[in-house]
Design a protein around this ligand. Structure first.
Ligand code: NAI
Length: 487
């Protein structure tokens, strides 16, 4: 099915619809091809076109777009005030980007079926509603498919091509290929709650919210630790940017749609922020105050110990860390310092977070070394703590103490992202390669969950998750059968 030479109708000229119309118009090459843009609110489609004109003209003046490309893209976009106007204009595709409401979307598609030809593909940009449910009631439900873009549409490369129970294989493939013509990187996904990105990303927020609720560390420290391994924004600043109302609503919808599986349980702490109207940047206050944003971390606290940087490190076959001056400095394997102290029969124990090798990136503009969390066993002396801090500093990282929690910050978060991706693969929502592409292109992760898995080891991830599970008891850290099979 070749959709690349046909005209397109975009319904809904808001943030997403305007962006979709832009990418479609900019990639059209055939004479007579048009992008019709319709919005229920009068004048909105025209306003969207006028705004796009000023954006494209800005690109022309910066030399990033030719005048001719700008003019031909704009000429292709035709605002229409009623759907009847485009009924017989040889449409190959309708992309819907209207309000996120099942009944409204269903009604629109049922109306459209009476207007367009039988071979016109119907696509929905829904971010959370079941594609199967939207198609229910159509005369030809096989022609409805999810075409899930990411915001801002012209910049974000990913498109999730979402197949519901009825969606025809040729229809999904046609949208997949059209997305490539539009300069995007498409991935196939099965219609399940959150599709790929919004599902796999849940633990990125949830683990931080859980750590905050346990008073394990400050928002600024959690953000710094995750940015140190390559995430462009920490979870707290990202939630502040998205808006806690929106982020909480997505978490809630994934939780409800999974029949209240406790694994996806939303955070009380986030609900408090929503209830308080502390929605993030848009209200001037979330985890942080704006415009100030994320505060700098305090300097590392320790009394330098003479000669300890040069002290010999010794291996110990009971863990994968080192022993320096009698202090066990151990990368987290899910055991708390208390558990390790018991296993090693000494309180000279420090557990540090997973340092993801080459991806440690530092704190950018601040010029500081990458932040790494560590926890100390009860009974550790100040001098032993200083030995551990000096050792970690000698590794080129900036160690920051957090409350003793299993899996600390990065290891726990990344293990949970891997687990969620593994479960998506287990349920045939997507392939490992598509999950990796989706997370890198849809939410700018520094690596895909299966790339992390290859660099770590399935067995270590499972051991860590099992320890989290034993510690917290409940469904949250349940290991995916797919991941356990890999281990
Ligand atoms: P928006 O509120 O900016 O735009 C929606 C537009 O649809 C409005 O201009 C509204 O007047 C119009 N509209 C509502 N009902 C209509 C109808 N029956 N017929 C024609 N026009 C109608 O919303 P936004 O953010 O563009 O979202 C649109 C869709 O895209 C939603 O389904 C949303 O879940 C999805 N989406 C949003 C993303 C985002 O970051 N904003 C990301 C990915 C998907």
């Amino acid at each position: 099915m070749d959709l690349s030479s046909k005209s397109v109708l975009v319904v809904g000229a808001g943030i997403m619809g305007a962006g979709i119309a832009q990418v479609a118009a900019q990639s059209m090459r055939f004479a007579g091809q048009q992008v019709f843009l319709h919005d229920a609110r009068e004048g909105v489609a025209e306003q969207a076109k006028a705004k796009l004109a000023s954006t494209l003209q800005g690109l022309v003046s910066k030399g990033k777009l030719t005048t001719q490309a700008c003019e031909s893209a704009l000429a292709r976009i035709v605002p229409v005030s009623s759907l009847d106007e485009v009924a017989r204009s040889g449409l190959g595709l309708v992309v819907e980007a209207i309000v996120e409401n099942l009944e409204v979307k269903r009604t629109l598609f049922q109306d459209l079926e009476n207007l367009v030809s039988e071979d016109c593909v119907l696509a929905t940009n829904t971010s959370s509603i079941s594609v199967t449910a939207i198609a229910n009631g159509l005369k030809h439900p096989e022609r409805l498919v999810g075409m899930h873009f990411f915001n801002p549409v012209p910049l974000m490369k990913l498109v999730e091509v979402v197949s519901g129970l009825h969606t025809g294989g040729a229809v999904a493939q046609g949208i997949f290929e059209l997305s490539q013509v539009w300069g995007k990187v498409p991935v196939h996904a099965k219609s399940t709650p959150g599709f790929i990105v919004n599902r796999i990303a849940r633990p990125f927020y949830a683990e931080t919210l859980a750590l905050l609720q346990e008073q394990a560390a400050s928002p600024a420290l959690l953000d710094a630790c995750l940015k140190a391994v390559g995430f462009r924004m920490g979870p707290c600043e990202l939630m502040d940017l998205i808006g806690h109302d929106t982020n909480f609503a997505v978490t809630n919808s994934v939780y409800e749609a999974n029949f209240y599986d406790k694994r996806y349980v939303p955070s009380l702490l986030q609900r408090e922020l929503v209830d308080a109207g502390m929605l993030g940047r848009k209200t001037g206050r979330g985890f942080y105050r704006y415009p100030e944003g994320v505060p700098a971390l305090p300097p590392v606290q320790f009394e330098p110990v003479a000669s300890c940087a040069a002290a010999p490190t010794v291996a110990d076959d009971r863990h994968s860390g080192v022993v320096v001056k009698g202090v066990h400095i151990v990368p987290t394997d899910g055991r708390t310092t208390g558990e390790l102290a018991r296993d090693l029969e000494t309180t000279a124990v420090v557990v540090h977070d997973r340092m993801m090798g080459a991806s440690l990136t530092g704190s950018g503009a601040t010029g500081r070394a990458p932040a790494v969390a560590f926890a100390t066993a009860a009974g550790l002396s100040a001098e032993q703590r200083a030995v551990a801090v000096a050792h970690l500093l000698s590794q080129g990282v900036e160690p920051h103490e957090v409350v003793d929690t299993p899996g600390l910050v990065v290891a726990r978060t990344v293990a949970m992202l891997i687990n969620e991706a593994a479960d998506a693969v287990h349920q045939a929502v997507c392939t490992p390669a598509d999950a990796d592409a989706a997370m890198k292109l849809g939410v700018n992760y520094p690596a895909g969950p299966f790339e992390w898995l290859r660099a770590w080891s399935a067995q270590s991830v499972v051991v860590l998750l099992d320890r989290l599970d034993a510690h917290y008891r409940g469904e949250r850290y349940r290991v995916s059968p797919w991941l356990r099979a890999q281990a």
